[in-house]
Design a protein around this ligand. Structure first.
Ligand code: LLP
Length: 414
Protein backbone atom coordinates (compact mmCIF):
# COMPACT_ATOMS: atom_id res chain seq x y z
CA UNK A 1 0.00 0.00 0.00
CA UNK A 2 0.99 3.62 -0.37
CA UNK A 3 1.85 3.87 3.33
CA UNK A 4 4.31 0.95 3.40
CA UNK A 5 7.18 1.82 1.06
CA UNK A 6 10.89 1.20 0.66
CA UNK A 7 12.96 4.30 1.33
CA UNK A 8 16.76 4.09 1.01
CA UNK A 9 16.63 0.31 0.91
CA UNK A 10 14.42 -0.28 3.88
CA UNK A 11 10.75 -0.69 4.56
CA UNK A 12 8.90 2.19 6.18
CA UNK A 13 5.43 2.65 7.62
CA UNK A 14 4.58 6.24 6.62
CA UNK A 15 7.73 8.11 7.73
CA UNK A 16 8.99 5.57 10.24
CA UNK A 17 11.49 2.77 9.54
CA UNK A 18 10.13 -0.59 10.64
CA UNK A 19 13.59 -1.44 11.97
CA UNK A 20 13.25 1.49 14.40
CA UNK A 21 9.90 0.16 15.55
CA UNK A 22 11.43 -3.27 16.16
CA UNK A 23 14.25 -1.60 18.06
CA UNK A 24 11.88 0.26 20.34
CA UNK A 25 9.00 -2.16 20.75
CA UNK A 26 10.52 -5.54 19.88
CA UNK A 27 8.82 -8.19 17.78
CA UNK A 28 6.40 -9.60 16.86
CA UNK A 29 4.55 -6.30 16.61
CA UNK A 30 1.51 -5.24 14.63
CA UNK A 31 2.17 -1.93 12.90
CA UNK A 32 -0.77 0.11 11.60
CA UNK A 33 -0.89 3.27 9.49
CA UNK A 34 -3.35 5.92 10.63
CA UNK A 35 -3.30 7.58 7.23
CA UNK A 36 -4.23 4.34 5.49
CA UNK A 37 -7.24 3.80 7.73
CA UNK A 38 -8.40 7.38 7.26
CA UNK A 39 -8.02 7.23 3.49
CA UNK A 40 -9.83 3.91 3.27
CA UNK A 41 -12.72 5.27 5.33
CA UNK A 42 -12.97 8.42 3.25
CA UNK A 43 -13.01 6.34 0.07
CA UNK A 44 -16.35 5.04 1.30
CA UNK A 45 -17.82 8.29 2.55
CA UNK A 46 -16.72 10.22 -0.56
CA UNK A 47 -18.44 7.64 -2.76
CA UNK A 48 -21.58 8.05 -0.64
CA UNK A 49 -21.59 11.85 -0.76
CA UNK A 50 -25.01 13.37 -1.35
CA UNK A 51 -26.76 10.28 0.00
CA UNK A 52 -28.08 9.58 3.45
CA UNK A 53 -25.59 6.99 4.71
CA UNK A 54 -23.61 5.55 7.60
CA UNK A 55 -20.41 3.52 7.35
CA UNK A 56 -20.32 1.12 10.30
CA UNK A 57 -16.82 -0.33 10.62
CA UNK A 58 -16.93 -4.05 11.49
CA UNK A 59 -15.07 -4.08 14.78
CA UNK A 60 -14.17 -7.77 14.55
CA UNK A 61 -11.61 -7.02 11.85
CA UNK A 62 -9.44 -5.03 14.25
CA UNK A 63 -10.85 -4.01 17.60
CA UNK A 64 -7.95 -2.14 19.17
CA UNK A 65 -9.40 0.99 20.78
CA UNK A 66 -6.67 3.07 19.12
CA UNK A 67 -7.92 1.91 15.72
CA UNK A 68 -11.55 2.47 16.71
CA UNK A 69 -10.67 5.94 17.96
CA UNK A 70 -9.17 6.95 14.60
CA UNK A 71 -12.46 6.00 12.95
CA UNK A 72 -14.69 7.48 15.67
CA UNK A 73 -12.99 10.84 15.16
CA UNK A 74 -14.04 10.70 11.51
CA UNK A 75 -17.66 10.13 12.53
CA UNK A 76 -17.74 6.42 11.71
CA UNK A 77 -20.40 4.09 12.98
CA UNK A 78 -19.57 0.58 14.14
CA UNK A 79 -20.85 -2.93 13.53
CA UNK A 80 -20.48 -4.99 16.70
CA UNK A 81 -21.12 -8.63 17.53
CA UNK A 82 -20.74 -8.72 21.32
CA UNK A 83 -20.96 -6.68 24.51
CA UNK A 84 -17.17 -6.72 24.47
CA UNK A 85 -17.07 -4.94 21.13
CA UNK A 86 -19.69 -2.45 22.37
CA UNK A 87 -17.53 -1.66 25.40
CA UNK A 88 -14.56 -1.08 23.10
CA UNK A 89 -16.53 1.25 20.82
CA UNK A 90 -17.71 3.32 23.79
CA UNK A 91 -14.20 3.38 25.30
CA UNK A 92 -12.89 4.62 21.95
CA UNK A 93 -15.33 7.53 21.83
CA UNK A 94 -17.72 5.96 19.35
CA UNK A 95 -21.31 7.16 19.15
CA UNK A 96 -23.77 4.49 20.33
CA UNK A 97 -26.46 5.83 18.00
CA UNK A 98 -24.25 4.85 15.08
CA UNK A 99 -23.80 1.26 16.25
CA UNK A 100 -25.45 -1.75 14.65
CA UNK A 101 -25.39 -5.04 16.51
CA UNK A 102 -24.99 -8.18 14.36
CA UNK A 103 -24.56 -11.82 15.29
CA UNK A 104 -26.66 -14.97 15.68
CA UNK A 105 -26.18 -15.50 19.41
CA UNK A 106 -26.93 -12.28 21.30
CA UNK A 107 -27.48 -13.02 24.99
CA UNK A 108 -30.08 -11.27 27.15
CA UNK A 109 -27.32 -9.41 28.96
CA UNK A 110 -25.82 -8.22 25.69
CA UNK A 111 -29.22 -7.01 24.50
CA UNK A 112 -29.77 -5.12 27.75
CA UNK A 113 -26.33 -3.51 27.58
CA UNK A 114 -26.91 -2.39 24.01
CA UNK A 115 -30.42 -1.07 24.75
CA UNK A 116 -29.18 0.91 27.73
CA UNK A 117 -26.35 2.35 25.66
CA UNK A 118 -28.91 3.44 23.06
CA UNK A 119 -27.48 1.71 20.01
CA UNK A 120 -28.82 2.54 16.56
CA UNK A 121 -30.04 -0.86 15.43
CA UNK A 122 -30.19 -4.57 16.27
CA UNK A 123 -29.59 -6.72 13.23
CA UNK A 124 -31.86 -9.60 14.19
CA UNK A 125 -30.98 -13.02 12.83
CA UNK A 126 -33.87 -15.27 13.95
CA UNK A 127 -37.49 -15.29 15.13
CA UNK A 128 -36.45 -16.44 18.60
CA UNK A 129 -34.03 -13.57 18.85
CA UNK A 130 -36.80 -11.13 17.90
CA UNK A 131 -39.07 -12.45 20.66
CA UNK A 132 -36.24 -12.32 23.19
CA UNK A 133 -35.32 -8.78 22.22
CA UNK A 134 -38.96 -7.70 22.62
CA UNK A 135 -39.01 -9.19 26.15
CA UNK A 136 -35.71 -7.63 27.18
CA UNK A 137 -36.70 -4.21 25.81
CA UNK A 138 -40.07 -4.48 27.58
CA UNK A 139 -38.43 -5.24 30.92
CA UNK A 140 -36.32 -2.10 30.51
CA UNK A 141 -39.30 -0.07 29.22
CA UNK A 142 -37.33 0.69 26.05
CA UNK A 143 -38.04 0.35 22.34
CA UNK A 144 -35.58 -1.73 20.33
CA UNK A 145 -34.73 -0.45 16.84
CA UNK A 146 -34.58 -3.47 14.54
CA UNK A 147 -33.45 -4.58 11.14
CA UNK A 148 -33.96 -8.16 10.02
CA UNK A 149 -30.89 -9.81 8.56
CA UNK A 150 -32.06 -11.67 5.53
CA UNK A 151 -30.20 -14.40 3.77
CA UNK A 152 -30.60 -13.69 0.05
CA UNK A 153 -29.16 -17.07 -1.01
CA UNK A 154 -26.47 -15.79 -3.35
CA UNK A 155 -23.10 -17.36 -3.89
CA UNK A 156 -20.40 -14.91 -2.86
CA UNK A 157 -17.77 -16.97 -4.71
CA UNK A 158 -15.32 -16.69 -1.88
CA UNK A 159 -13.71 -19.13 0.56
CA UNK A 160 -16.45 -21.43 1.99
CA UNK A 161 -15.46 -20.58 5.58
CA UNK A 162 -16.13 -16.87 5.01
CA UNK A 163 -19.18 -17.15 2.75
CA UNK A 164 -22.34 -16.35 4.67
CA UNK A 165 -25.17 -15.62 2.22
CA UNK A 166 -26.05 -19.15 1.14
CA UNK A 167 -29.12 -21.05 2.32
CA UNK A 168 -26.97 -23.56 4.17
CA UNK A 169 -25.26 -20.93 6.34
CA UNK A 170 -26.34 -20.26 9.90
CA UNK A 171 -26.70 -16.53 9.23
CA UNK A 172 -29.86 -14.48 8.78
CA UNK A 173 -33.44 -15.41 7.95
CA UNK A 174 -34.36 -16.97 4.63
CA UNK A 175 -35.50 -14.06 2.50
CA UNK A 176 -38.67 -15.95 1.57
CA UNK A 177 -39.67 -16.10 5.23
CA UNK A 178 -38.77 -12.50 5.95
CA UNK A 179 -42.22 -10.94 5.30
CA UNK A 180 -43.76 -13.11 8.05
CA UNK A 181 -41.02 -12.15 10.48
CA UNK A 182 -41.47 -8.46 9.66
CA UNK A 183 -45.22 -8.77 10.18
CA UNK A 184 -44.57 -10.27 13.61
CA UNK A 185 -41.99 -7.59 14.41
CA UNK A 186 -44.49 -4.85 13.55
CA UNK A 187 -46.95 -6.32 16.07
CA UNK A 188 -44.46 -6.53 18.93
CA UNK A 189 -44.85 -3.71 21.40
CA UNK A 190 -41.19 -3.06 22.19
CA UNK A 191 -39.82 -3.47 18.66
CA UNK A 192 -39.45 -0.64 16.18
CA UNK A 193 -38.80 -1.91 12.66
CA UNK A 194 -36.42 0.43 10.85
CA UNK A 195 -34.29 -1.53 8.43
CA UNK A 196 -33.26 -4.56 6.46
CA UNK A 197 -29.75 -5.95 6.27
CA UNK A 198 -27.70 -8.67 4.67
CA UNK A 199 -24.07 -9.72 4.59
CA UNK A 200 -23.18 -12.35 2.03
CA UNK A 201 -19.54 -13.06 2.73
CA UNK A 202 -16.08 -11.64 3.00
CA UNK A 203 -13.20 -10.96 0.62
CA UNK A 204 -15.50 -10.59 -2.40
CA UNK A 205 -13.60 -9.50 -5.49
CA UNK A 206 -16.53 -8.92 -7.81
CA UNK A 207 -19.57 -6.61 -7.49
CA UNK A 208 -22.07 -8.98 -9.11
CA UNK A 209 -22.92 -11.04 -5.98
CA UNK A 210 -23.52 -7.77 -4.11
CA UNK A 211 -25.85 -6.57 -6.86
CA UNK A 212 -27.70 -9.90 -6.91
CA UNK A 213 -28.23 -9.60 -3.17
CA UNK A 214 -29.35 -5.98 -3.53
CA UNK A 215 -31.90 -6.90 -6.20
CA UNK A 216 -33.43 -9.51 -3.94
CA UNK A 217 -33.52 -7.18 -0.95
CA UNK A 218 -35.16 -4.43 -3.02
CA UNK A 219 -37.91 -6.85 -4.03
CA UNK A 220 -38.42 -7.59 -0.35
CA UNK A 221 -38.63 -3.89 0.50
CA UNK A 222 -41.36 -3.48 -2.13
CA UNK A 223 -43.22 -6.47 -0.80
CA UNK A 224 -43.02 -5.06 2.73
CA UNK A 225 -44.30 -1.70 1.53
CA UNK A 226 -47.32 -3.59 0.21
CA UNK A 227 -47.89 -4.88 3.75
CA UNK A 228 -47.67 -1.34 5.11
CA UNK A 229 -44.20 -1.88 6.59
CA UNK A 230 -41.82 0.87 5.62
CA UNK A 231 -38.09 0.35 5.69
CA UNK A 232 -35.95 3.42 6.21
CA UNK A 233 -32.49 1.92 5.98
CA UNK A 234 -30.81 -0.72 3.91
CA UNK A 235 -27.61 -2.23 5.33
CA UNK A 236 -25.59 -4.15 2.76
CA UNK A 237 -23.07 -5.51 5.25
CA UNK A 238 -19.37 -5.73 4.62
CA UNK A 239 -17.40 -8.06 2.43
CA UNK A 240 -15.56 -5.92 -0.09
CA UNK A 241 -12.27 -7.68 -0.77
CA UNK A 242 -8.72 -6.38 -0.77
CA UNK A 243 -5.60 -7.18 -2.68
CA UNK A 244 -3.44 -9.74 -0.88
CA UNK A 245 -1.65 -10.99 -3.99
CA UNK A 246 -3.10 -10.56 -7.46
CA UNK A 247 -6.79 -10.06 -6.69
CA UNK A 248 -8.42 -7.09 -8.39
CA UNK A 249 -11.32 -6.17 -6.11
CA UNK A 250 -13.50 -3.22 -7.09
CA UNK A 251 -12.61 0.04 -5.37
CA UNK A 252 -15.15 1.33 -2.84
CA UNK A 253 -16.01 3.99 -5.44
CA UNK A 254 -16.77 1.39 -8.13
CA UNK A 255 -18.65 -0.84 -5.68
CA UNK A 256 -20.77 1.97 -4.27
CA UNK A 257 -21.22 3.53 -7.70
CA UNK A 258 -22.73 0.28 -8.97
CA UNK A 259 -25.06 0.11 -5.97
CA UNK A 260 -26.17 3.72 -6.33
CA UNK A 261 -26.93 3.12 -9.96
CA UNK A 262 -29.04 0.07 -9.12
CA UNK A 263 -30.91 2.02 -6.42
CA UNK A 264 -31.96 4.72 -8.86
CA UNK A 265 -34.37 7.20 -7.30
CA UNK A 266 -35.18 5.17 -4.21
CA UNK A 267 -35.13 7.10 -0.95
CA UNK A 268 -33.40 4.86 1.51
CA UNK A 269 -30.52 5.41 3.92
CA UNK A 270 -27.59 3.18 2.98
CA UNK A 271 -25.47 1.46 5.59
CA UNK A 272 -22.31 -0.55 5.09
CA UNK A 273 -20.32 -2.70 7.51
CA UNK A 274 -16.83 -2.86 6.00
CA UNK A 275 -14.08 -4.45 8.04
CA UNK A 276 -11.26 -5.83 5.94
CA UNK A 277 -11.38 -3.13 3.26
CA UNK A 278 -10.72 -0.43 5.87
CA UNK A 279 -7.90 -2.03 7.79
CA UNK A 280 -6.30 -5.07 6.10
CA UNK A 281 -3.75 -3.14 4.09
CA UNK A 282 -3.30 -0.62 6.89
CA UNK A 283 -1.20 -3.09 8.84
CA UNK A 284 1.79 -5.39 8.80
CA UNK A 285 2.99 -7.95 11.28
CA UNK A 286 6.63 -7.20 12.01
CA UNK A 287 8.63 -10.30 12.90
CA UNK A 288 12.23 -11.45 13.26
CA UNK A 289 13.98 -14.49 11.84
CA UNK A 290 15.16 -16.56 14.81
CA UNK A 291 16.70 -19.52 12.98
CA UNK A 292 17.35 -20.79 9.51
CA UNK A 293 17.14 -24.55 9.21
CA UNK A 294 17.89 -26.60 6.14
CA UNK A 295 17.35 -30.25 5.30
CA UNK A 296 17.69 -32.21 2.10
CA UNK A 297 14.28 -31.12 0.81
CA UNK A 298 13.43 -27.88 2.51
CA UNK A 299 14.61 -24.59 3.88
CA UNK A 300 12.81 -23.31 6.94
CA UNK A 301 12.87 -19.82 8.35
CA UNK A 302 11.70 -19.98 11.94
CA UNK A 303 10.35 -16.59 12.96
CA UNK A 304 9.17 -15.12 16.25
CA UNK A 305 5.56 -14.76 15.06
CA UNK A 306 3.31 -17.80 14.86
CA UNK A 307 -0.19 -19.03 14.14
CA UNK A 308 -1.27 -17.73 17.53
CA UNK A 309 -0.39 -14.21 16.30
CA UNK A 310 -1.82 -14.59 12.79
CA UNK A 311 -4.15 -17.51 12.15
CA UNK A 312 -5.27 -16.81 8.58
CA UNK A 313 -2.64 -18.91 6.75
CA UNK A 314 -3.21 -21.91 9.03
CA UNK A 315 -7.00 -21.63 9.08
CA UNK A 316 -7.82 -20.66 5.48
CA UNK A 317 -4.56 -21.42 3.69
CA UNK A 318 -4.55 -17.67 3.12
CA UNK A 319 -1.63 -16.31 1.09
CA UNK A 320 -0.14 -13.18 2.59
CA UNK A 321 2.86 -11.35 1.22
CA UNK A 322 6.09 -11.42 3.18
CA UNK A 323 8.51 -8.52 2.75
CA UNK A 324 12.11 -8.20 3.91
CA UNK A 325 12.51 -5.06 6.01
CA UNK A 326 16.07 -4.58 4.69
CA UNK A 327 16.34 -6.50 1.41
CA UNK A 328 19.71 -8.17 0.81
CA UNK A 329 21.57 -8.86 -2.41
CA UNK A 330 22.39 -12.43 -3.32
CA UNK A 331 20.97 -15.78 -4.30
CA UNK A 332 17.47 -16.50 -2.99
CA UNK A 333 16.33 -19.72 -1.40
CA UNK A 334 12.77 -21.03 -1.23
CA UNK A 335 11.69 -20.97 2.41
CA UNK A 336 8.76 -22.20 4.40
CA UNK A 337 8.34 -19.47 6.97
CA UNK A 338 7.11 -21.03 10.19
CA UNK A 339 6.52 -20.10 13.81
CA UNK A 340 7.65 -21.71 17.08
CA UNK A 341 4.24 -23.29 17.84
CA UNK A 342 4.10 -27.08 18.05
CA UNK A 343 1.78 -27.68 15.11
CA UNK A 344 2.58 -28.61 11.54
CA UNK A 345 -0.06 -26.07 10.52
CA UNK A 346 1.97 -23.30 12.12
CA UNK A 347 3.19 -21.44 9.06
CA UNK A 348 2.78 -17.87 7.87
CA UNK A 349 4.12 -18.33 4.37
CA UNK A 350 5.21 -21.28 2.25
CA UNK A 351 7.69 -21.64 -0.55
CA UNK A 352 8.84 -18.00 -0.67
CA UNK A 353 11.99 -16.93 -2.48
CA UNK A 354 13.94 -14.98 0.12
CA UNK A 355 17.48 -13.76 0.73
CA UNK A 356 17.62 -13.75 4.51
CA UNK A 357 19.88 -14.34 7.47
CA UNK A 358 19.19 -15.07 11.10
CA UNK A 359 18.21 -11.87 12.91
CA UNK A 360 16.62 -10.27 9.84
CA UNK A 361 13.26 -8.55 10.12
CA UNK A 362 10.32 -9.46 7.92
CA UNK A 363 6.91 -7.83 7.50
CA UNK A 364 3.84 -9.92 6.83
CA UNK A 365 1.69 -7.67 4.65
CA UNK A 366 -2.08 -7.02 4.72
CA UNK A 367 -2.18 -8.07 8.36
CA UNK A 368 -4.34 -5.23 9.70
CA UNK A 369 -7.61 -7.20 9.46
CA UNK A 370 -8.35 -10.46 11.26
CA UNK A 371 -4.81 -10.58 12.58
CA UNK A 372 -4.55 -9.46 16.17
CA UNK A 373 -8.28 -10.03 16.75
CA UNK A 374 -7.95 -13.73 15.94
CA UNK A 375 -4.79 -14.15 17.96
CA UNK A 376 -4.59 -16.39 21.02
CA UNK A 377 -2.25 -17.38 23.81
CA UNK A 378 -1.68 -20.90 22.46
CA UNK A 379 1.61 -22.37 23.69
CA UNK A 380 1.46 -19.69 26.43
CA UNK A 381 2.73 -17.05 24.08
CA UNK A 382 1.90 -13.51 25.08
CA UNK A 383 0.07 -11.64 22.39
CA UNK A 384 1.98 -9.18 20.23
CA UNK A 385 2.34 -5.45 20.78
CA UNK A 386 0.38 -3.12 18.52
CA UNK A 387 1.53 0.33 17.39
CA UNK A 388 -0.08 3.06 15.30
CA UNK A 389 2.16 5.10 13.03
CA UNK A 390 1.03 8.65 12.34
CA UNK A 391 3.41 10.53 10.04
CA UNK A 392 6.75 10.39 11.85
CA UNK A 393 5.20 9.43 15.19
CA UNK A 394 4.68 5.97 16.62
CA UNK A 395 2.10 5.36 19.34
CA UNK A 396 1.97 2.16 21.36
CA UNK A 397 -1.72 1.19 21.30
CA UNK A 398 -1.35 -2.18 23.01
CA UNK A 399 1.54 -3.30 25.14
CA UNK A 400 3.03 -6.71 24.51
CA UNK A 401 1.50 -9.17 26.96
CA UNK A 402 3.70 -9.98 29.92
CA UNK A 403 4.14 -13.31 31.68
CA UNK A 404 1.89 -12.02 34.47
CA UNK A 405 -0.80 -11.17 31.90
CA UNK A 406 -0.73 -14.78 30.75
CA UNK A 407 -1.87 -16.10 34.14
CA UNK A 408 -4.27 -13.28 34.92
CA UNK A 409 -7.33 -14.61 36.72
CA UNK A 410 -5.91 -18.09 37.24
CA UNK A 411 -5.73 -19.67 40.71
CA UNK A 412 -3.96 -22.49 42.49
CA UNK A 413 -6.25 -24.89 44.35
CA UNK A 414 -6.79 -24.05 48.04
N1 LLP B 1 -20.81 -7.63 8.78
C1 LLP B 1 -21.03 -8.90 9.20
C2 LLP B 1 -22.36 -9.26 9.67
C3 LLP B 1 -19.98 -9.83 9.18
O1 LLP B 1 -20.21 -11.08 9.56
C4 LLP B 1 -18.69 -9.43 8.74
C5 LLP B 1 -17.57 -10.36 8.73
C6 LLP B 1 -18.51 -8.09 8.34
C7 LLP B 1 -19.60 -7.23 8.37
C8 LLP B 1 -17.19 -7.56 7.85
O2 LLP B 1 -16.79 -8.21 6.68
P1 LLP B 1 -15.49 -7.67 5.87
O3 LLP B 1 -15.82 -6.33 5.30
O4 LLP B 1 -14.37 -7.65 6.81
O5 LLP B 1 -15.33 -8.73 4.81
N2 LLP B 1 -11.69 -14.13 9.61
C9 LLP B 1 -11.98 -14.12 8.19
C10 LLP B 1 -13.08 -13.16 7.85
C11 LLP B 1 -14.38 -13.42 8.61
C12 LLP B 1 -15.45 -12.41 8.30
C13 LLP B 1 -16.60 -12.54 9.24
N3 LLP B 1 -17.67 -11.59 9.08
C14 LLP B 1 -10.68 -13.81 7.45
O6 LLP B 1 -9.65 -13.62 8.09
O7 LLP B 1 -10.66 -13.83 6.21
Amino acid sequence: SAEFTYQNGELFAENVALSDIAGTFGSPTYVYSRRHIETAYRNYTDALAGMDHQVCYAVKANSNIGVLNVLARLGAGFDIVSAGELARVLAAGGDAKRVVFSGVGKTEDEMAEALKAGIGCFNVESSSELERLNRVAGSLKLLAPVSIRVNPDVDAQTHPYISTGLRDNKFGIDIKEAPQVYARARDLEHINVIGVDCHIGSQLTDVSPFLDALDRVLLLIDELAGLGISISHLDLGGGLGVKYRDETPPTPAAYIGAIRERLGERKVKLLFEPGRSLVANAGVLLTKVEYLKHNEHKNFAIIDAAMNDMLRPALYSAWMDLLPVRPREGGANAYDVVGPVCETGDFLAKDRELVIEEGDLLALASAGAYGFTMSSNYNSRGRAAEVMVDGDQVHLIRARESLADLMLGEQLLP
